[in-house]
Design a binder for this molecule. Structure first.
Ligand SMILES: Cc1cc2nc3c(=O)[nH]c(=O)nc-3n(C[C@H](O)[C@H](O)[C@H](O)COP(=O)(O)OP(=O)(O)OC[C@H]3O[C@@H](n4cnc5c(N)ncnc54)[C@H](O)[C@@H]3O)c2cc1C
Length: 319
């Protein structure tokens, strides 16, 4: 029997009884936009918040846990993830209006669903979400934004669970938001958010969303296996301009390529490995550093084992 199978077996045995679903040895390439990377030892879909809290409380903190949104900002390394990946399902995807301009939204809902719901209710300021292909949980963690708006602009408060299963109600101020980043502990799992929007005209909201969709199609490889912006823009600069200036547009390794259409996007042209994708980006990063003395910061979260064998979760290693 292979030793990894034994480990997965003993990991699964160390986990508590749950109401939701637990699956072993789940290929993460099937649930991330890049469609690369190895398996998670265990995938857990909690039935509800109580199930999630109970699981976190009863699971040894020695067992690594990672919460996945819809994998649109995630590069899973080829060796996969030795631990438990948590995915929030339908129970966590509810959207409801709770006041004149207030929405309560489950962290598993997609950004697009929230934008469409707001449109339907004649609420403006959530249009930017229609162009971001992630979940609300991922948007909170990443302070997702586009076209001059960020999640921090509309957030009132959120609910999160820590690694001990303790529930926290946090205000937008508690997040310590900055560009594509929040300061809350990296192992907190968001389950819900409250957004404050403003009354608007449905026709103008719809027009804005259509403009966003068109602009995305024109400027980004939205139909490719990609991961969104690879690197955060350094202060006062555009990452894509730096990458372009060092001649890395279109650079490839195996089936991994820096997009010709938007050179801060990486593409899996089919059959790429995570290692190829990461290394083609690292080459661009190396050139930019050499030429401009600017070290680009990875915006895409990388998950899994480095070649040295150390487990990393990019939220902790922001180099
Ligand atoms: C074509 C394309 C275009 C994009 N355009 C934009 C853009 O304009 N603006 C922008 O900001 N981003 C953009 N992105 C990146 C991405 O969509 C966002 O970062 C998004 O918010 C990630 O959400 P996700 O659910 O996919 O998170 P994932 O990729 O699954 O995870 C990203 C991080 O969020 C954490 N996370 C996920 N869910 C939770 C949760 N419930 N609680 C706590 N942490 C959680 C994960 O642990 C991980 O650290 C784009 C991506 C693509 C592929």
């Amino acid at each position: 029997m292979n030793p990894m199978a034994v480990n997965i077996q003993s990991l699964a045995e160390a986990l508590p009884e749950v109401k939701g679903r637990i699956k072993r040895d789940v290929p993460l390439s099937k649930v991330t936009w890049f469609q690369v990377g190895g398996p998670a030892d265990v995938l857990f879909k909690p039935a509800d918040e109580t199930d999630l809290a109970g699981f976190l409380k009863s699971t040894s903190e020695d067992i690594p846990v990672f919460v996945l949104g819809v994998g649109s900002n995630l590069l899973v390394r080829d060796s996969g993830f030795r631990g438990v990946v948590i995915r929030l399902g339908r129970e966590f995807s509810k959207i409801e209006q709770i006041g004149e301009n207030l929405l309560r939204v489950g962290a598993g809902a997609s950004d697009l669903q929230v934008a469409r719901y707001a449109e339907e209710k004649g609420l403006t300021e959530a249009e930017f979400l229609s162009g971001i292909p992630g979940s609300i949980g991922g948007a909170l963690r990443m302070n997702a934004g586009a076209y001059g708006n960020e999640i921090s602009d509309i957030l009132v408060s959120a609910t999160a669970y820590d690694r001990q299963g303790i529930r926290h109600e946090v205000s937008a101020e508690d997040f310590g938001f900055s560009y594509r980043h929040c300061e809350l502990p990296c192992d907190w799992i968001f389950t819900e958010a409250v957004f404050k929007l403003s009354a608007g005209e449905v026709s103008s909201i719809s027009r804005k969303m259509a403009e966003i969709a068109k602009s995305r199609e024109d400027s980004q490889p939205v139909r490719s296996r990609t991961g969104g912006s690879t690197f955060a823009n350094p202060p006062g600069k555009k990452a894509w301009e730096l990458i372009d200036a060092v001649g890395a547009r279109g650079l490839s390794k195996g089936a991994a390529q820096i997009s010709e259409k938007h050179c801060n996007f990486l593409i899996n042209n089919g059959g790429a490995t995570a290692a190829d994708i990461e290394s083609v980006a690292e080459e661009a990063r190396r050139r930019v550093f050499k030429e401009f003395d600017t070290l680009l910061r990875w915006e895409i979260v990388r998950l899994g084992e480095k070649e040295t064998g150390a487990m990393i979760n990019e939220k902790e290693d922001r180099s």
